[in-house]
Design a protein around this ligand. Structure first.
Ligand code: HGY
Ligand code: MN
Ligand code: MN
Length: 399
């Protein structure tokens, strides 16, 4: 029987990033398409019937697709230079959990599906959990169709190139009706289980989080012929804005604010940028506070930009409010995992989007350093196997 580690080893070379380290597996890239093929093959080996729905979500069915099924799964796409476990651990563990249930002779009294949601990281089209947002209608389909990647490919173009009809992207009542309960197993991103904690924990909530694009407009010019006193340099403004982001967040307990991505335009070594785009990721348990933090950052950015003879504009790209998982389902998961601690998570997940439409819950697997969105993300083999067993216990209790 496969183990989680052996399954992950079988995709260990897919989408390796030689520059950043780790994995870069954007949705519908060659790497992610390879992972889809791997999933379909592994699911087929287990007698699961695989199909791709009109939003590009993969469903592998044990039993007939039916309303109120039990669904588990996660994502296969990654952040740039991501780790091996964020997403694939949940998918591999679901496949192994099916093996465990079959080995136990479990006869499900309702259908079970393993689902793979595309673009959970939002690394290509900028909106996190895009697949589950399309499924649930949490994003306007026209807006989604027009989302574009850094090369100007729209989601509609890319969907069409991958056999989907972009006109059909959007809320899918039928597929949504088939989700009776959703359980996502995921590597822990944080130190709740820490160095020597138990292998698994039960999720309780997901921190509200959003993404905003800040564009700082200045005057592009020549680095050699423009005197310092004659500059309107958006890069200088952007640098101060990054510091202001930290200052605003540091001033508020439990707040997190990050600028992980900054793009000067045109981006030449001997060129004063005409514009600098930077992206904010802001999170806090209270959605009102998040909004307030973004407003404070926006105000500071406008002042800093004006001082540098520039202007700053802010656009919200996506927002998900804080989610408390379904209490009854969380209790059932906890009962199936006696002694497992309950953990909140600061990371977003498709389970958080689905929680607004069907009872959803999460199981976290220990990550000794807690580091994630980095090649250093890690799960010990024994904990990975314990996670799959735990998922099988939860699924059996719910089947
Ligand atoms: O950004 C997040 O929290 C998740 O990893 N997409
Ligand atoms: Mn992630
Ligand atoms: Mn993830």
């Amino acid at each position: 029987m496969d183990t989680v580690t052996s399954l992950l080893d079988s995709i260990a070379d897919v989408g390796r990033d030689p520059v950043r380290g780790g994995y870069t597996r954007p949705v519908y890239s060659a790497a992610e398409l390879d992972l889809r093929a791997w999933f379909s093959e592994q699911a087929g080996r287990r007698g699961l019937a695989v199909d791709t729905d009109r939003n590009g979500i993969l469903w592998a069915w044990w039993g007939e697709p039916q309303r109120g099924a039990l669904v588990t799964g996660s994502h296969l796409d990654s952040v740039p230079g991501g780790g091996a476990f964020d997403g694939p651990l949940g998918v591999a563990s679901a496949l192994v959990a099916v093996d465990v249930l079959k080995a136990r002779g479990v006869e499900p009294n309702r259908s079970l599906a393993v689902a793979v949601f595309p673009e959970e990281e939002g690394s290509r089209f900028g909106v996190a959990c895009l697949g589950s947002r399309l499924l649930t209608g949490a994003i306007d389909a026209d807006r989604a169709r027009n989302l574009s990647d850094d090369d100007g490919n729209t989601l509609a173009d890319v969907a069409r190139r991958n056999g989907l009809d972009p006109r059909l992207l959007g809320r899918d009542e039928e597929a949504l009706g088939r989700i009776g309960d959703f359980i996502e197993l995921h590597v822990e991103q944080g130190r709740g289980l820490g160095e020597d904690g138990p292998a698994v924990a039960v999720g309780s909530s997901i921190l509200g989080h959003g993404r905003w694009k800040l564009s700082v407009h200045g005057q592009g010019n020549h680095a050699g012929t423009t005197l310092m006193e004659d500059r309107q340099d958006p890069m200088v403004a952007a640098a101060q804005i990054v510091l202001a982001v930290r200052q605003v967040a540091a001033g508020r307990r439990d707040a997190r604010a990050t600028v992980g991505r900054l793009q000067p335009v045109p981006g030449g070594t001997n060129v004063i940028a005409s514009r600098v785009d930077l992206w904010l990721d802001v999170r806090h348990p209270d959605d009102e506070v998040t909004a307030g933090l973004v407003e404070a950052i926006h105000g500071k950015a406008q002042k800093i930009a004006a001082f540098e003879g520039c202007t700053a504009t802010l656009t919200e790209e996506s927002f998900s409010g804080t989610v408390q998982f379904d209490a009854a389902l969380q209790r059932q998961v906890g009962n199936a995992l006696p002694g497992a601690p309950v953990l909140a998570t600061g990371a977003g997940h498709d389970a958080g989007v689905l929680a607004g439409f069907a009872p959803s819950a999460m199981v976290f697997v220990r990550n000794p350093t807690g580091i994630s969105h980095s090649p250093e993300e890690h799960v010990e083999d024994a904990d990975a196997d314990a996670g799959a067993e735990a998922l099988a216990d939860v699924l059996e209790a719910l089947l």
